[in-house]
Ligand binder design. Structure first.
Ligand code: NAG
Ligand code: NAG
Ligand code: NAG
Ligand code: NAG
Ligand code: NAG
Ligand code: NAG
Length: 401
């Protein structure tokens, strides 16, 4: 209703011919700047209350669009939850840099995220600014196995709909950079995500239990998966991602716990992976939890010295804590690998290692060209176990399907 009114006002002003054009933006938008709520641009004073108050004001406002503005400069904030539902659409315009606590002390109890967005419809988070998770201390304690609390997700989006996150930098996460959970109609694009190659579990973007999520046009370097997709996802598109260093683009791990959900209709397209541990991967635990993964397409992927360019691994059990190594009960079907080119830094360029209990069905390898770039001039190979399907076009190394 409001929108139609604004449009009519705009056109009536444009075409009424009279003078005194009222700028529509001035009358319809209201900006809530964290500075006006007491934020301090020194990178060390706690501005959490100012951020929370600016959010509350923007979220409470009835109207077409409210803006929460975080200007240039460096701010420090403790764990924060931005929750809705709001009375109108809210845009967060992040231009500055927001710093997380350097240590883990504030992340006790239910503080599992540093910055959390919850239950919001029509959110736009943009502005070219940076969230800096200051993960160094957390990486050190993980590697020394003496962290005092669990590590938080850097930025989480839970129960968010019809929303866009774009043109934002996420750096140095203590754990995942972005965690998307139970979202619908969410686009993440033009993100720059960066943490060191040896930072543990710093997945770039993890999406779970969501529908119609697009991740596009982003550059991701991290110590774990660039993009990982968990259970319960449907209609996910990952496109034009530049990934590396990192562990590649992964569906999974799946089937790690009872109640993990099916995943279907995922498209990963036009991505470039450089020096990553894996390329495109489906990974399931060697545990007895039943679910299905179906209708998956990996298409138009360039691999540059990737360790496992194409891999299905249904025997994942890193800590040997899987009961008697039961076969995975995750059923994988209708997965297409198409137009995947470049180099593998290991001999096994294609590995389709499926469950003894539930063999993969309807796998397709179409137009694949992967060369081994090791020192001893060996040819790359493809290995299949419990994998059924077919190959089309030219497949190098020669297909095992
Ligand atoms: C929405 O507006 C109502 C009435 O103005 C107000 O009571 C409520 O707190 C607002 N909602 C939020 C989330 O601020
Ligand atoms: C954790 O272990 C590292 C290396 O052993 C040590 O330097 C550090 O002081 C320990 N930190 C805590 C909080 O115990
Ligand atoms: C998302 O937007 C559509 C209209 O575009 C609306 O019908 C729907 O209710 C919105 N979703 C939520 C969860 O608010
Ligand atoms: C998702 O977007 C579509 C198309 O705009 C809309 O019809 C649908 O209601 C949205 N779904 C939700 C749950 O908001
Ligand atoms: C991937 O590499 C190709 C060839 O160098 C380039 O044309 C394309 O733009 C790159 N895509 C991305 C998402 O970086
Ligand atoms: C999960 O997939 C299996 C196999 O396709 C199907 O039988 C089951 O109903 C699905 N579960 C849900 C909750 O959709």
């Amino acid at each position: 209703m409001d929108y139609i009114w604004v449009v009519l006002l705009f056109f009536s002003l444009q075409f009424s011919g009279g003078g005194g054009l009222v700028p529509v933006e001035e009358t319809q938008r209201t900006e809530f700047n964290v500075m006006d709520f007491g934020a301090v641009v020194d990178g060390s004073t706690d501005s959490s209350n100012a951020f929370a108050a600016a959010w509350s004001a923007a979220c409470a406002r009835h109207g077409e669009l409210s803006i929460m503005a975080i200007p240039q400069g460096t701010f420090f904030v403790n764990p924060l939850i931005f929750s809705g539902p709001c009375n109108g659409s809210v845009q967060i315009r992040l231009q500055g840099t927001v710093l997380a606590p350097a240590d883990l002390a504030p992340f006790t109890g239910d503080k599992i995220d540093w910055i959390a967005f919850r239950h919001i419809d029509h959110l736009l988070l943009t502005g070219g600014g940076t969230f800096d998770g200051r993960g160094a201390a957390a990486w050190t304690c993980v590697l020394a196995k003496n962290c005092t609390t669990k590590r938080p997700t850097m930025v989480s989006f839970k129960f968010i709909s019809n929303s866009t996150v774009q043109n934002i930098r996420l750096v140095n996460a203590k754990m995942f950079h972005a965690h998307i959970f139970s979202c619908v109609n969410l686009t993440l694009q033009q993100l720059e995500i960066s943490s060191p190659e040896d930072s543990p579990n710093t997945d770039g973007i993890h999406v779970a239990n969501s529908n119609n999520v697009k991740v596009a046009d982003s550059v991701i370097a991290s110590g774990d998966d660039c993009v990982s997709l968990g259970g319960g996802n449907t209609d996910i598109i990952v496109s034009r991602i530049r990934c590396g260093p990192g562990h590649g683009i992964s569906l999974g791990s799946l089937g790690g716990y009872a109640g993990d959900k099916n995943m279907s209709r995922v498209l990963v397209t036009n991505c470039n992976l450089t020096g990553t541990m894996n390329g495109v991967r489906i990974k399931t635990w060697a545990k007895p939890h039943s679910l299905s993964v179906s209708d998956i397409v990996f298409q138009g992927i360039n691999m540059d010295r990737v360790s496992n360019p194409i891999i299905i691994d249904q025997h994942y059990c890193p800590n040997q804590d899987c009961v008697h190594q039961t076969p995975s009960m995750v059923k994988i079907s209708n997965v297409r690998f198409q137009d995947i080119k470049g180099s593998s830094s290991t001999k096994v360029a294609i590995k389709l290692s499926c469950s003894e209990a539930l063999p993969c069905e309807d796998l397709q390898l179409i137009d694949i060209n992967l060369a081994f770039v090791g020192k001893d001039n060996d040819e790359a190979v493809a290995l299949c176990t419990n994998a059924q399907g077919r190959s089309l076009g030219s497949v190098v190394p020669s297909s095992c399907l």
